[in-house]
Design a protein around this ligand. Sequence first.
Ligand SMILES: Cc1cc2nc3c(=O)[nH]c(=O)nc-3n(C[C@H](O)[C@H](O)[C@H](O)COP(=O)(O)O)c2cc1C
Length: 183
Amino acid sequence: MKIIAIAGSLRAGSYNLKLARALESIAPDEIEVATIYGIPLYDADEEDGGLPPLVAELKDKLAAADGWLIVSPEYNGSLPGVTKNAVDWLSRPPADIPRVFGGKAAGVVGATPGPVGTRLAQTAWLPVFRALTSVPYFERALYVDNAAKVWSDTGEVLDAKFRERAEKYVEGFIQFVHKLRRG
Ligand SMILES: Cc1cc2nc3c(=O)[nH]c(=O)nc-3n(C[C@H](O)[C@H](O)[C@H](O)COP(=O)(O)O)c2cc1C
């Protein structure tokens, strides 16, 4: 069983990349981190010449996976354009949506140095899951606030409660993926 966790920031020291790696470390056999580095801005004219190789590669990974997770920063009370841009590329052409995303478990988590834990960004992803005909996981949530206190600069987890919450989320999400596969 495979879940692709897309780290939604380009920043080298990204808290969301740290979060994605933390989830991967909890379930390394099931969760694999993917990044969006190098994906160009969506351009329909460019698409006419075929998908950029990085997009085609990530699409194949998603198509082979059983579920996917967006590890999303929050920008101005919503989802970041850079992350959405990557997902928009991955949704092309629309005829591939059923194969890549259709009926698959979709989760969203996120980290912020602010106090509200990316709640608004996570909500903003829900219509995207609907458009891609993925099935959102609602049973548990993972909002990581005050991220500067959760990780050291080198990525070490400083907050024991974070690990516990992350483990619960991963456990629940994996169960959800299994349930969908059986159904
Ligand atoms: C344009 C912009 C808007 C932002 N808006 C929000 C916001 O609405 N809520 C929030 O919690 N953080 C906001 N932030 C701060 C981000 O959470 C912070 O930059 C975070 O580190 C981004 O995630 P990353 O560490 O994975 O790159 C914003 C940052 C930028 C650059």
